[in-house]
Design a protein around this ligand. Sequence first.
Ligand code: EPZ
Length: 434
Amino acid sequence: MNVFTISGGRPLEGSLTVHGAKNSVLPILAATVLCPGVTTIQNCPPLSDVTASLSILTHLGCRVTQEGDTVTVDASTLTRQSIPDSLMREMRSSVLFLGAILGRTGRVSLSYPGGCELGPRPIDLHLDALRTLGAEIREGPEGLICEAAQLRGGAVTLPLPSVGATENAILAAVSASGVTTITNAAREPEILDLQRFLCTLGARVCGAGGSVITIQGGLPLHGGTYRVMGDRIVACTHLAAAAAAGGEITLLGVDPVHLVPVTDLFQSAGCQVHSDGKALHLACRGPLHGGATIRTAPYPGFPTDAQAPVMASLCGARGTTLFVETIFQSRYRHVDELIRMGAEIRTEGRVAVLTGVSRLHGAHVRAHDLRGGAALVVAGLGAEGVTTVEGLEHIDRGYFHLEDDLCRLGAEIQRIDKGASDCGVTKEQKTEKA
Ligand code: EPZ
C-alpha cells in the first residue's frame, strides 16, 4: 500500500504551473462521443479519473491514445451504447456520458453511479433535463435505460444549479433538433470550458458562465484540438499548503479570477496575496488568524471542493472559524483525521466550528475522499513532526503527482510503499479496518 510520509514545518518557496482541470476534462472527454471524428485534448492531466474515462471511451468503441497530457479520441464509430457497472462505479462522473451517448446513438443503458463519500449523489436533475428534451427513461435490471429516437430542443429549468446536470443537458441538447435553453444553469468555469470545446467542434452553445445557456442543436460536428483550463481547486490546495507551512509561492496556468473567494479568505487570514492577471502570488509570513465564516456555495461562491484543504490550513489560525457546507450532506470526513493531528473541530450536520491551536502534530491518518485526502497533506505540511497519509487512491483521482509538485516547492514529502502489515497503523485503526 502506498502512503505519503510528510515532514512538516518547512516553508514552501518557488513557482509552479498548475495542471489541467479534472472537472473540465471529464465532461470534455464525455463530449468527444458526440463527434464522429478525431478530437485532441491538451493539458489533460493523467489522473485516475481520466484513465477511468478513457476506459469508458474505449469500451464504447472509440480509439484512444494518451501521450503525457495530450489525449486523442477517435469516436468515428461507436460499437456500444452501454456502460457496465464496473466502469460506472469506478468514477462518479461516468454519469456525464449519459447525455452524449444518448445524443449520438439515441439509446444508452447504464447503472446508477455510486453514491460516493460525500453523501447521496442523486441524478434526478440529470434525468429530468433529458426527459424535457424527449428522452424516455425506464428502470432496467442493470439500472437505467434511456431512449430517444430524436431528441428535440426544449426549455430546461434546473431547480438548483447542478454542475453535472447542466453539463449533461448541454451534451444532449447539442444533438437535439432545435434550440434548447437551460435556466438556472451552474456557472462554474468548467462549464464555460465545455462550451468552448464544443464550439471548437462546430456546435453552437452560448451563455455558459451565466445562469442561462442556449444551444442550437443538430449541427454537424467535426474534429478539433482544445487545451483545457487550469485546475482552480488544485491551485486552492497549493495556496492552502503555503498558508499552512508558511513561505511564498507563485502559481501559473490558472486564472486568478476563478479563485477569488479563496484568495480573499487567505488575505483576510493574514496572507499577502496578489496577481498580475496571469500569475498568482501568496506569501504567509506569520501566524494566520481565523474569525471568518466560510459558507460553501455554487460558483462564484466559495467552492465546496476547497473547503477541506482550507480548513486544514486554518487549524493553526488564531481564533474560531465557522464552516457551513451547503452543497454536500457529508463532507467532513477529514475532520476526525485532523483531530488525530491535534486539531480542535466540532461538527454538527453541515456546520463545523474550528478553534485554532498553536500547532498540529504529525500522526498516521487516512484519506476517505479526494479533497479530504488533500487536506491531510496540507495539515501534514504545517504540522510538527512526521505525518503518514494512507488512501492515496482517493488523492490520485484529482491530483497528478501531488508529491512532486510539493517537493518542487521545498516540501519534504515522499510516496512510499508500506506493506499492508506495516504502515504505522495503530491497534484501533487495525480493528476499524477489520
Ligand atoms: C461537480 O459534481 C464536481 N465534480 C464536484 O467536484 C463538485 O464538488 C460539485 O460539482 C459542486 O461544485 C465534477 O465536476 C466531476 P452537483 P456534481 O450536481 O456535478 C445535488 C471534486 O472534488 N444534486 O453540482 O456531482 C447533489 O447531491 C468533486 O472534484 C441533486 O440533488 O455536483 C449536491 O448536493 C466532488 N440531484 C448538489 O446537487 C442531481 O441530479 C450539487 O451537486 C444532481 C445533483
